[in-house]
Design a binder for this molecule. Sequence first.
Ligand code: AMP
Length: 478
Amino acid sequence: MSNKKKNIHNSSFSPDKFHDECGVFGIFGHPEAANMAYLGLHALQHRGQEGAGICSSDRRQLYVEKSIGLVADVFSEKRLKRLPGDIAIGHNRYSTAGSSVLKNVQPITVNFSLGSLAIAHNGNLVNALEVRSELEADGAIFQSTSDSEVIVHLIANSKGDGLYERIIDAMGRLNGAFSLLIMTESEIIAIRDPYGFRPLSIGKLDGAYVFASETCAFDLINAQYLRDVEPGEMVIINQKGMKSLKPLCAHRRASCIFEFVYFARPDSYIFGNQNVNGIRKEFGRQLAREHPIKADLVIPVPDSGVPAAIGYAEESGIPFDFGLVRSHYVGRTFIEPQGAIRHFGVKLKLNPVRKLLEGKKIIVVDDSIVRGTTSKKIVKMLREVGGAKEVHLTISSPPTIGPCFYGIDTPTRKELIAATHSIDEIRKYVTSDSLNYLSLEGLKKVVPDSENYCTACFDNNYPAFTPEDKAEQIALFL
Ligand code: AMP
């Protein structure tokens, strides 16, 4: 075991806390900054449901309010009133079980030699473990298990003269995914990692500047999309206006293709103004061209499969309908009644419309298969409850064979069914009459400039690891 590896294992930073999907929002120069941040976070709720926080500034000091829970539950009118000023940043946190403790909820705020600082981070740092170990060895004391906390420590510890130099210095030591909003009493600094893994857009609302992970947040507050924060760019917004620096060394661009497949909201425009719904529909059309199936009806697994199912139906000419109805009120915990109710877990969320399905050959479209457990239940339910004669499962992305280290929550490689099973084995497991995935070539054909995307979850081609790091980090996930 190398020293480096030993350090990693000695760290109190546990690899099971390494999965963050998040949403960030920022606004500069608006009299209702905190209220706007609240609305922005509300629109970005799909990016994280574990906790939410807003930090505001009245140009004298920072104020922060954050809790575990959904945006609407975390922020009452009274609580928002405790966030004065015309500058604010906010964060929605997603984390896997066990790490949803309050101290991990962002924005993270600190006081250091140059003043106060708040950060909101979307993405995963692949070298957070090493950096944290080094900082701890130098006496740093961490308050959370979030990888984002290393960013504030690096800024505070930097020997750079001013804040910008320190931030640039800190960014140079980070590897992986970061779409980041940093806020002081008087400015917001937005940064995107050189690969451009996660989206981050800039908009304008009257005289105010806004930032959001996705443009659906702009729509809610009537802000106009200006442009993306470019990969490797640092955008500074303060009293003097907007300034752009390109301080980070260029890498190949590697925006996350899975944002198009599953994660982003269909009404958003991301990665250079590409509409997510439009791309998903094209995935469905391409799927229909690659895998034509004789059937009576195309149905989506709602909500994730809807645009691709519409695309499949349009391309194939097979009628589309909502053969599965989704309940939008399923919380994280529920009480399962004693005595077996068949398909209970999935039934709570989805119920087939028997009238539409009975005796029919059905094409059911979902965006991805992860462990395969949901798909198996859906297929069974479509047959047993819905009365479908044939169930053809079609997936609008290629087999998911690699875990994500850059901010999408995926299980370990051995839990990804497609990493260890052939397509026919998966078909047998989910008990569908046929199983077809979109090809990687087909996926790339649909996405403009697809060479600028990270497709590691589909081809194991991880852009942000050196070969040595790769083996080391991947080992931690196995
Ligand atoms: P599974 O039963 O594990 O195969 O789950 C498949 C379902 O999970 C699909 O309907 C996907 O829409 C959804 N899904 C895919 N990726 C993720 C993710 N990163 N987080 C949560 N759900 C996901």
